[in-house]
Design a protein around this ligand. Structure first.
Ligand code: IVH
Length: 663
């Protein structure tokens, strides 16, 4: 954008421009959870603004982004004003900047020997937990650092946060709420299957989850918490961490009490090299002056304490050019656009491709061929395009094909879906992908059945569906390229071995839409055999805990298709497991089985969590809001709007005693 020089001096214009950019990015980051630039780039903008404001103090205004700690609190949650502001940390991007900080600390302290508590910088979001007489009374997000959002209901669903401490003390504990990489991948897998947009990274997923208004949804997201701050304080940060642990919370185990700057540097270097060994994301390490007296002496600026610094790792981001967009056809026939990139180094590997998920994503990014793009390799390992950084004049718009690029049949986009699909039953691309899925580690574990082999099996007409794998002969395999007698024999053995795996693997492997590993396990345990699952009505399926209407419909429809039933029959004849060893006790006997129940108000004799468990143990389900589908409402003390709604809808209402009797 050209700078306007007509209305004022260029410095004032630049400052205004920076402020607007930062405000925009803060809003995207803090309010919408949809950042479009990297933290590093954001910091660069902020630094430039800070520098200009320092040089021109007469231009500083109270509404400048430098004059406050963070973003605006969201609207939907009540707010809480912190007695002690939740500060953020100053960042160092190099060992040199860390040394500068150490020099300042030792100067202000008047001594060379300062002990540092070094911790990992977990890439989640900070939350304050307020305990009164040992009982959790409030969970608050950071908000703008002065006022946060009260998300107690959501925080209570985090299993590693105790509802009662090991001691009856009144304390405030602050720390980081985060999502493990494993949980993040699972969540994204589920969202993809449900046609919902994926979260960009675990941090956004955790933030998005904590801002959910419905704690039931949050409860299904295994958020986690590490504490790092407590008030009232002990004499040392290292003691504070131990105290948090002894109160019953988690403190990250990877930490070091060092007696010199060198130990901080060693810790930083170690974790820069080993960050991928962890099952959660860290974006640096934090060094803190260990003595609380010295911390007090050093004090804080309005933004961050002088006694701590975040030493950030180099970004795993890079920019490169988009050369082309290729279409991949998946197992379900979904057409996925893949970015072909000018090769670029990123986090130690050369990147040539990145997924673009679907056509809406391309639209959202405003992406065209030849654009320069920002790439990021986060916890997802798979690199992704974060944004377009430059739009050259020779850019070419991309259009999704209306025919399958593999078999040529017409593709369809169902209403409410983000993807186009090839619906042909004989599309070789779909067949190949379903064979690879079947053979994968997560399903039938047929090692050695890779892409090259699958290509040949399909091209030579040897395999038309997964059941054909079980009829392959050694002689047929030996005919294939790069297949000696030894490897043919091994593959036959692998295929044989897959016959004796658990039943749920077959359920996952046959590729029912929306059925991931976890759902397959739940279904296997609940129904026990393919016959029972096949006969289940949609209502019965929905009654299974964790199976929603969309999933129930997908499973039901799968078994109504003749070709699917025929495939199962062929697999049965091939000797595959069609039943589980362990079957859950049927829960249909209890009056609560299959009922959807809403809890409201305060119960006297049990906590919400206990009531929920008791209901679930009897086959019922607890939801947050009252609708026509609600079976009944349990109303405790001070029940409010939910009770009113239930009365309006004529839904049965029980008091606590009646509810207990029913249990
Ligand atoms: S100490 C006053 N320790 O990094 C000290 N922060 O901007 C406040 N973070 O907002 C923070 N791991 O969300 C501290 N071990 C750690 C941390 C940590 C992650 C986050 C925290 C904070 C941000 C820094």
């Amino acid at each position: 954008m050209p700078r306007r020089n007509l209305t004022g001096p260029p410095i004032a214009d630049r400052i205004e421009d920076l402020r607007n950019q930062i405000r925009e990015h803060e809003h995207r980051y803090y309010v919408l959870d949809q950042p479009t630039i990297s933290d590093y780039e954001f910091d660069q903008l902020m630094r430039e603004l800070q520098k200009l404001e320092q040089e021109h103090p007469e231009l500083v205004t109270p509404d400048s982004p430098t004059q406050r700690v963070g973003g605006e609190p969201a609207k939907a949650f009540p707010s809480h004003r912190f007695e002690r502001p939740m500060l953020s940390l100053e960042n160092a991007y190099s060992e040199e900047e860390l040394r500068d900080w150490h020099r300042r600390v030792t100067q202000l302290a008047g001594t060379e020997s300062v002990d540092y508590q070094t911790e990992l910088k977990i890439d989640g979001l900070s939350v304050a937990l307020i305990y009164e007489n040992g009982v959790l009374s409030k969970g608050v997000t950071r908000g703008d650092g002065r006022t946060g959002e009260v998300v107690t209901g959501n925080v209570r669903t985090i299993r590693s946060i105790p509802l009662r401490l090991h001691q009856e003390v009144s304390v405030e504990i602050r720390g980081e709420v985060f999502l493990s990489l494993k949980a993040f991948r699972q969540l994204n897998e589920q969202r993809e299957q449900a046609g919902e947009p994926r979260f960009a990274n675990p941090r956004n997923a955790a933030a998005g989850s904590l801002r959910q208004l419905d704690p039931n949804i949050v409860a299904r997201r295994p958020l986690d918490f590490y504490g790092y701050w407590i008030h009232p304080t002990q004499h040392l940060q290292s003691e504070n961490l131990k105290w948090i642990t002894s109160l019953g919370l988690k403190v990250n185990p990877h930490r070091k009490l060092g007696h010199s700057l060198q130990e901080v540097i060693d810790f930083y270097r170690h974790w820069e090299a080993h960050r991928d060994d962890l099952d959660y994301e860290i974006d640096g390490v934090v060094a803190k002056v260990n003595s609380i007296d010295l911390q007090a002496k050093l004090g804080s600026t309005s933004k961050s304490p002088r006694w701590a610094i975040a030493v950030k790792f180099p970004a795993r981001q890079a920019t490169t050019r988009l050369l082309n967009i290729r279409i991949q056809v998946g197992r379900t026939g979904a057409l996925t656009p893949v970015a072909e990139l000018e090769p670029v180094q990123l986090g130690g590997t050369t990147i040539r491709n990145a997924t673009l998920h679907n056509e809406d994503e391309i639209g959202r990014l405003g992406l065209q061929i030849n654009d320069r793009v920002l790439l990021e390799r986060g916890g997802d390992v798979i690199p992704k395009v974060v944004s377009v950084v430059e739009r050259p004049p020779d850019r070419v718009p991309f259009e999704m094909p209306s025919r399958c690029p593999v078999c040529g049949s017409k593709v369809y986009r169902e209403e409410g879906e983000a993807v186009r699909r090839c619906l042909s039953q004989t599309c070789p691309a779909k067949l190949k992908e379903s064979l690879l899925h079947w053979a994968s580690r997560r399903a039938m574990k047929i090692d050695g059945l890779g892409e090259r082999l699958v290509d040949q099996l399909v091209a030579r007409d040897l395999v038309h569906d997964v059941s054909d794998l079980y009829h392959l002969t050694q002689a047929q395999l030996e005919e294939l390229e790069r297949m000696g007698p030894k490897s043919a024999e091994n593959l036959i053995r692998e295929i044989e071995a897959s016959r004796s795996l658990e039943f749920w693997r077959l359920l996952f492997g046959i590729g029912i839409r929306h059925v991931g590993e976890r759902t397959a396990q739940i279904l296997a345990r609940h129904f026990g055999s393919i016959e029972r699952l096949e006969q289940a009505s949609q209502e019965e399926l929905e009654r299974v805990y964790e199976v929603g209407p969309k999933l129930a419909e997908s499973i039901y429809q799968f078994f109504r298709q003749r070709e699917n039933r025929a495939l199962i029959e062929r697999l049965r004849r091939a000797g595959l497991p069609m039943a589980a060893d362990i079957v859950e006790e049927p829960k249909a006997a209890h009056v609560l089985a299959g009922k959807t129940i809403v809890l409201t108000g305060t119960l006297e004799t049990m906590t919400r969590d206990e009531a929920t468990t008791l209901i679930e143990e009897r086959g019922g389900r607890v939801t947050a809001s009252v609708s026509k589908k609600t079976g009944f409402v349990v109303a405790g003390r001070d029940a409010g709007s939910k009770l009113e709604k239930a009365q309006k809808l004529g839904i049965e209402i029980l008091n606590e005693q009646q509810f207990r009797a029913m249990l």
